[in-house]
Design a protein around this ligand. Structure first.
Ligand SMILES: C[S@@+](CC[C@H](N)C(=O)[O-])C[C@H]1O[C@@H](n2cnc3c(N)ncnc32)[C@H](O)[C@@H]1O
Length: 283
């Protein structure tokens, strides 16, 4: 009897279609939802040209995950080279298969993916080091973050930039969930699960919801400190950067929404939910 039952449930299992969540690949969903190398690269070049009057050619992507930006960087110019560094072998392996392998051999030869701690890895100096998607928020106190900034400073050539993205505003300092449709199949959910106003510690998750009702909850988890722009600029100066600029997003006159154009600004109007870039210069 027992054997029969097992046989039946096995048959059923084979007939049932696996849910969209079960079939999905979390790194593919992540790249589709949050990464925009085609917007990042022009911003990096604009900032570099503004400081030094020439294009950047060597990029280091700290906390690179699947290294989408590093791989796209080498396709944007035949002299561009990139280094991607991450502690976790899993996203690196995914990136090798999905982002590096499809490149032309000449392009792939200009990318180096390195498994290790961004604070320990040294290689040829670069023009620009980036730490995107707020990854450096994992450093929770001033000594730890200053130490990372000092090491990022030493990754740069005599003329170089460290570029960070930052988010903030009143909405960043509360618990909430925000979802948006990414494509026909799924929604991306940013879940600010915890925020502590005393120490600015935040726990955030990324979930994915699918059209068939299935869910991939807690696909990614982040335990961060929500740093402020003035704190970051002070620490960058302490780490040796000669100056830093905030590239703030302009506003579309018609919609009142952000227009995807980021330019240096000394002050900005109040905004409940902003994402901006800090460009720190070594010279
Ligand atoms: C938020 S993901 C960022 C992925 C990618 N940079 C992006 O823009 O989407 C953070 C990554 O940082 C990596 N990481 C965390 N601590 C690290 C460290 N000390 N050195 C190198 N990588 C680290 C994690 O393994 C993870 O892949």
């Amino acid at each position: 009897m027992g054997g029969n039952k097992r046989g039946k449930s096995k048959q059923k299992k084979h007939k049932r279609r696996r849910t969209l969540a079960k079939r999905a690949d979390k790194y593919e969903l992540y790249e589709k939802s949050v990464q925009e190398p085609d917007a990042d690269i022009p911003l990096i070049q604009k900032a570099f040209r503004t400081e030094f009057g020439r294009p950047a050619r060597r990029l280091r992507e700290d906390f690179c995950g699947t290294a989408l930006l590093a791989c796209r960087w080498v396709t944007s110019h035949r002299e561009n080279r990139a280094w991607g560094i991450d502690l976790d072998p899993e996203p690196l392996a995914w990136g090798r298969e999905h982002n590096l392998a499809p490149l032309e051999p000449d392009q792939a030869a200009r990318v180096k993916l390195i498994e290790g701690d961004v604070r320990d890895i040294g290689h040829e100096k670069v023009d620009v080091t980036v730490a995107f998607n707020f990854s450096y928020f994992l450093f929770l106190d001033r000594p730890a973050l200053r130490d990372y900034f000092e090491r990022a400073y030493s990754s740069l050539d005599g003329e170089g930039l460290l570029i960070l993205d930052v988010y903030g505003g009143a909405d960043a300092q509360r618990t909430c969930e925000e979802s948006r449709e990414v494509d026909d199949d799924f929604d991306y959910v940013w879940d600010q699960d915890r925020f502590d106003p005393i120490n600015h510690r935040a726990t955030n998750f990324i979930h994915f919801l699918f059209r068939d009702g299935s869910e991939m909850r807690k696909a990614f988890r982040y335990d961060w400190r929500l740093w402020t722009i003035p704190e970051l600029r002070e620490l960058l100066a302490e780490a040796g950067f000669s100056h830093s600029k905030v590239y703030w997003e302009g506003t579309d006159r018609k919609t009142g929404e952000g227009n995807d154009i980021f330019s240096p600004r000394e002050s900005a109007p109040d905004d409940p939910a902003w994402i901006t870039y800090i460009v720190a210069t070594r010279r």
